[in-house]
Design a protein around this ligand. Structure first.
Ligand code: C2O
Ligand code: CU
Ligand code: CU
Length: 484
């Protein structure tokens, strides 16, 4: 509740109420957090987005961003789409591929593409967050995926500062799959694969996305419709004993998914940046915004089991948001039936380097904070400053390892994300943590800190780090790192 800047979130809300905004926020918040309709009446088959796979070392496609009528949550929705669907096409790549994507902007506003989690150059026509593609124009992305790129689950979305939250909330997301060594692990290879893109949005009676209110901007927007691959209440059918590999991607602006599959445990085999050092058996799995996980699921006895997002309280504000933190949301149904299969669970995973013995060239402290001000009513800062694309906040040297301690001085969780180079978490609140694989997105609870070890390798240039609650990113919680 208390923030070191001396202003608590409740005080800010009280101030907003005094300013006449509280009523608006409260009124508009109620219906936004209504849970989706019961799944029993809206059961549909499980569907995944169309796939664009590379062949002979090349992926050469175009992605048209446009506003169109698409089916979302079983309704005709006016959404922003890539190639007419929400989520957009899944890109399937292999290490060493050349990737050519022509982004065609048919929106009425600038946009661009970010390849979240890929280790590719942050410059030129690669993963350059400073590119802006104007309405009616196109941009040719062209880059190579390194030969030693880890296998894993990544995603793409727009990254024009100030517009990210709105464009993503309206539907501009898609998954990227990089194939590789993880797929050769016998238990993983034997499992059938499913992609589950988690995304919430809100549609009004006309199927349009209503504009955000004050509360949406402060807390980060959560939608009333919580979809998997754009659908509500779909079912996955498995035989008892069958093992499936699920690739989970949180593409929501601000919603945290504390996942639990009734009657089952989730065996996590990969995180953001590829394989974990060893499989981890979980009762629940927390996916903050932008985070990915791969899990193996072994179907239990015949029956029907729900995959749910359990209540998760991400900060002081949540109690004032119409009980969002206390509502459980059903995502899909696992229907187990038929003859028993003898599926097998994970063997040893591919070896992952942990860089624990390597020297650290620099240690830095970063502080995330919030304050009142700006057109959104609040600003979100890193080291007391809002984002300025002209300013370089951190200068790092190519080929070195750094440790960043990122402290969350605010009242709610923030999700720290760095482009281009993954990190490993080495400590939480100063306490050493065991190696849990490479990540690009980490949740930091209010008042806590995480220490990250980053190796700046391969690619010089400027890129960004930011909170992946997209409203916070747009309202300033972002900085520039230049690697030379
Ligand atoms: Cu998915 Cu800069 O973020
Ligand atoms: Cu990113
Ligand atoms: Cu944030």
């Amino acid at each position: 509740m208390r923030s070191r800047s001396g202003v608590s979130r409740r005080e800010l809300l009280r101030a907003a109420a005094v300013a006449g905004l509280g009523g608006l926020a409260a009124a508009a918040c109620g219906p936004l957090f209504t849970a989706p309709a019961p799944t029993a009446t809206s059961t549909t088959g499980f569907r995944e987005p169309p796939v664009r796979a590379s062949g002979n070392g090349l992926l050469d496609i175009s992605l048209e961003a446009r506003e169109t009528t698409a089916t979302i949550a079983g309704r005709a929705a006016v959404a922003y789409t890539y190639e007419g669907t929400m989520p957009g096409p899944t890109l399937r790549l292999r290490p060493g591929d050349r990737v050519r994507i022509r982004l065609v902007n048919r929106l009425g506003e600038p946009t661009n593409l970010h390849f979240h989690g890929l280790h590719v150059p942050p410059t030129g026509s690669a993963d350059n967050p400073f590119v802006e593609v104007q309405p009616g124009e196109a941009f040719q992305y062209d880059f190579a995926l390194p030969r030693d790129h880890p296998a894993g689950t990544f995603w793409y979305h727009p990254h024009v500062h100030g517009r990210v939250a709105d464009q993503v909330f309206r539907g501009l997301v898609g998954a990227i799959i990089v194939e590789g060594d993880l797929d050769q692990v016998p238990a993983v290879a034997a499992a059938s694969e499913r992609l589950l893109i988690l995304k919430d949005t809100t549609l009004d009676a006309q199927g349009r996305v209503p504009p955000p209110n004050m509360m949406d901007l402060m807390a980060g927007r959560e939608g009333a419709l919580v979809t998997v691959n754009g659908a509500l209440g779909s079912r996955l059918e498995l035989r008892p004993g069958e093992v499936q590999r699920w690739r989970l991607v949180n593409t929501s602006n601000a919603r945290y998914y504390l996942l639990r599959l009734a009657g089952h445990r989730l065996l996590q085999i990969a995180g953001d940046g590829g394989p974990l050092p060893a499989p981890v058996s979980l009762e629940t799995l927390l996916l903050p915004p932008a985070k990915r996980a791969e899990v193996l699921v072994q179907a239990a006895a015949p029956g029907s089991y729900g995959l749910a997002a359990l209540p998760y309280d991400r900060g002081a504000m949540m109690g004032m948001m119409g009980g969002a933190a206390s509502a459980e949301v059903r995502l899909l149904e696992l229907v187990v039936g038929g003859d028993q299969l003898a599926g097998r669970l994970a063997d040893n995973l591919p070896r992952v380097e942990d860089l624990s013995g390597d020297p650290v060239a620099a240690r830095r402290q970063l502080v995330l904070s919030e304050a009142m001000g700006g057109p959104g009513g609040m600003v979100f800062m890193i080291d007391g400053r809002v984002f300025d694309h002209e300013r370089v906040d951190i200068r790092s040297r190519l080929g070195t390892i750094e440790e960043w301690t990122v402290r969350n001085d605010a009242d709610m969780d923030h999700t720290f994300h760095l482009h281009t180079n993954p990190f490993r978490v080495v400590a939480t609140n100063g306490q050493t943590t065991a190696f849990r694989g490479w990540e690009d997105t980490v949740n930091i609870r209010a008042g806590e800190s995480v220490t990250l070890r980053i190796r700046f390798r391969d690619f010089p240039g400027r890129t960004v780090y930011h909170c992946h609650i997209l409203e916070h990113e747009d309202l300033g919680m972002m900085g520039v790192v230049e690697v030379t």
